[in-house]
Design a binder for this molecule. Structure first.
Ligand code: GDP
Ligand code: IMO
Ligand code: MG
Length: 430
C-alpha cells in the first residue's frame, strides 16, 4: 500500500471510519480531503466508541492526521474535537496538520444553511445544518476566509469587517423585520481565541503530503459522505457541496492522480440514506424497520433516523466505475442475519419497459428490478474466518461482487476493528 483512497459508494455512513481505523496501523498518514463536520465516522476500539467529524480517524491510533485544502473547517467544532481526543488521552499536538488553504465555516454559514433549508420547504435537502453548503458557496464565489488568513490577525480583522457588511445585507434580505445581525468585533474576539489554539497546526499540507509520498510513505485518503452525495455525480440537488468521489482526493489534498495506487470502495450490504432525495430501493415495510433496528441506523452526526432499503447494485456498480475502485469492502453484513429472503436491485425498469443500468439524471419514473436470494438465518456477528460464513452469505457477497464489477477485499461482520475478514491475498495490508 502506498496511496489508497477510501471512499463511500452509496449515500454515506457505509462504515468508512471503521475501515480507515482497520488500515491505519499500516499507514504513515491519514488525510481528509473534502467535507467538514457534516461527516460522522464511527470507530470502535476495545469497549470505546469515538465519532470523528473533522479530524481523520487515523488520529485514534496516533497516526499523522492531515486536514487537506478541500476540507471546510468550523474552528470551534475542530477545537471541541481536539479537546475530546485529549480527554481520551489521545495526543494531537504532534500528529495534527491543517491546510492553510482550507476554508473556514463562519457563523453566517450556519445561519444561512438553516434559513435556506426553511425556505426550501418541502424541497429541503435535509442538510446536517453545519453550514457546509454556504461555506463552499463562498469558496466558489472567491469570497471565503481560509484558515491561513488567521495567521495575520490584522489582515484577518479587516477582511472580517468587510465580509460582515455583506453578510448583514444578506441577512436583512432573508429575514425581513429582524434585528438580528453579525457583529464583526464579537466574531473577531471569538476567533482570536481560536487562532491561539489552532496556529501551531496550520501549514502547507500539499507540500507535507508530497514529501511523505517522495519518501515512500503510506497514505490513506479518508473520504467523507458517499458517491451519490457528490456535487457532480450524486443525486443533485440532494447532495452535499463537495466532490466526495475518489477524484476529490487529488484536488482536496494536492496530490497527483499518478500517486494513487488503490481505491477501496466502502459498500454497505444494504442501502441507507439520511436527509431528502431519491432512493429507489427504499423500504417502507417491516423489512425497512428491521434494517433500521438491526443496523442501528441513526446518523452519527445529527442522530436522525437513516432511511433504509435493499442493496442497489445499479448504484454501487456506477460508484465502482466513477471512483475507479480497485476493490470493495462489504460492511454490516451481520445486520442481515434475521432475513429469510434478501433482494438486490440489478436494474431500473423505465416507463417504456427498457431496463437501464446507469443512473438516470432525474431519478423518478422507474421501478427497481430485483432478484431474490435466500437469507442465512443465523448469527454471524464477529466472524473472522471466511470459511465459517454461511454458504448463503458467501453467495450473497459473490453476487454483489459480480454485479458491481469489483473484487471483495474485506468483509465486515461487526462494528469493532477485530470483526473483520481480510480476503487474502490482500494488497491493502502489504
Ligand atoms: P461512516 O460515516 O462511513 O464512517 O459510517 P458511520 O460511522 O456513520 O456509520 C456506520 C455505523 O455502522 C457505525 O455505527 C459503525 O460502528 C457501524 N458498523 C461499521 N461496520 C459494521 C459492521 O460490519 N457491522 C455492524 N453491525 N456495524 C458496523
Ligand atoms: P459521512 O462521512 C450521510 C447528507 C445530509 C444531506 C446532504 C447535504 O458520515 O458518511 P450537508 O450538510 O452536507 O449540506 O447535507 O448530505 N450528508 C450525509 N449523509 N453521511 C454523511 O457523512 C453525510 N454528510 C452529509 O444528510 O442529505
Ligand atoms: Mg457517518
Amino acid at each position: 500500500m502506498t496511496c489508497i483512497i477510501i471512499v463511500g459508494t452509496q449515500w454515506g455512513d457505509e462504515g468508512k471510519g471503521k475501515i480507515v481505523d482497520l488500515l491505519t496501523n499500516k499507514a504513515d498518514a491519514v488525510v481528509r480531503y473534502q467535507g467538514g463536520n457534516n461527516a460522522g465516522h464511527t470507530v470502535m476500539f476495545g469497549n470505546k466508541k469515538f465519532v470523528t467529524h473533522l479530524i481523520p480517524s487515523g488520529i485514534l491510533q496516533g497516526t499523522t492526521s492531515i486536514l487537506g485544502n478541500g476540507v471546510v473547517i468550523n474552528p470551534s467544532e475542530l477545537i471541541n474535537e481536539i479537546n475530546e481526543l485529549k480527554g481520551m488521552g489521545i495526543s494531537v499536538e504532534k500528529n495534527l496538520f491543517i491546510s492553510n488553504q482550507s476554508h473556514l465555516v463562519m457563523p453566517w454559514h450556519l445561519k444561512f444553511d438553516s434559513i435556506k433549508e426553511n425556505q426550501r420547504g418541502k424541497k429541503k435537502i435535509g442538510t446536517t445544518g453545519r453550514g457546509i453548503g454556504p461555506a463552499y458557496e463562498d469558496k466558489v464565489r472567491r469570497s471565503g476566509l481560509r484558515i491561513g488568513d488567521l495567521l495575520d490577525k490584522k489582515r484577518f480583522h479587516s477582511m472580517l469587517k468587510e465580509i460582515v457588511i455583506e453578510k448583514n445585507q444578506l441577512l436583512e434580505l432573508y429575514l425581513e423585520n429582524s434585528d438580528e445581525n453579525f457583529v464583526a468585533e464579537e466574531i473577531f474576539l471569538e476567533f482570536e481565541k481560536y487562532i491561539k489554539i489552532l496556529k501551531p497546526f496550520i501549514c502547507d499540507t500539499a507540500n507535507l503530503i508530497n514529501n511523505l509520498i517522495d519518501k515512500g510513505k503510506k497514505i490513506i485518503f479518508e473520504g467523507a459522505q458517499g458517491t451519490f452525495l457528490d456535487l457532480d455525480h450524486g443525486t443533485y440537488p440532494y447532495v452535499t457541496s463537495s466532490n466526495t468521489i475518489a477524484g476529490g482526493a487529488c484536488t482536496g489534498a494536492g496530490v497527483g492522480p499518478t500517486h494513487i495506487k488503490e481505491v477501496l470502495g466502502i459498500v454497505k450490504a444494504y442501502t441507507t440514506r439520511v436527509g431528502s432525495g431519491p432512493f429507489p430501493t427504499e423500504l417502507f415495510d417491516e423489512n425497512g424497520v428491521l434494517l433500521q433496528s438491526e443496523g442501528k441506523e441513526f446518523g452519527a452526526t445529527t442522530g436522525r433516523s437513516r432511511r433504509c432499503g435493499w442493496f442497489d447494485a445499479v448504484l454501487v456498480k456506477n460508484a465502482v466505475l466513477i471512483n475507479g475502485a480497485t476493490s470493495i469492502a462489504i460492511m454490516k453484513i451481520d445486520v442481515l442475519d434475521k432475513f429469510e429472503t434478501l433482494r438486490i436491485a440489478k436494474g431500473y425498469k423505465l416507463k417504456n419497459g427498457e431496463i437501464c443500468q446507469t443512473i438516470p439524471q432525474i431519478m423518478e419514473n422507474f421501478t427497481p428490478v430485483y432478484e431474490e436470494m435466500p437469507g442465512w438465518n443465523c448469527k454471524t456477528l464477529g466472524i473472522t474466518n471466511y470459511e465459517e460464513l454461511p454458504s448463503e452469505m458467501k453467495a450473497y457477497i459473490d453476487r454483489i461482487s459480480k454485479l458491481v464489477g469489483a473484487p471483495v477485499s474485506i468483509i465486515s461482520t461487526g462494528p469493532k476493528r477485530e470483526h473483520s475478514i481480510i480476503i487474502e491475498p490482500n494488497k491493502l495490508f502489504s
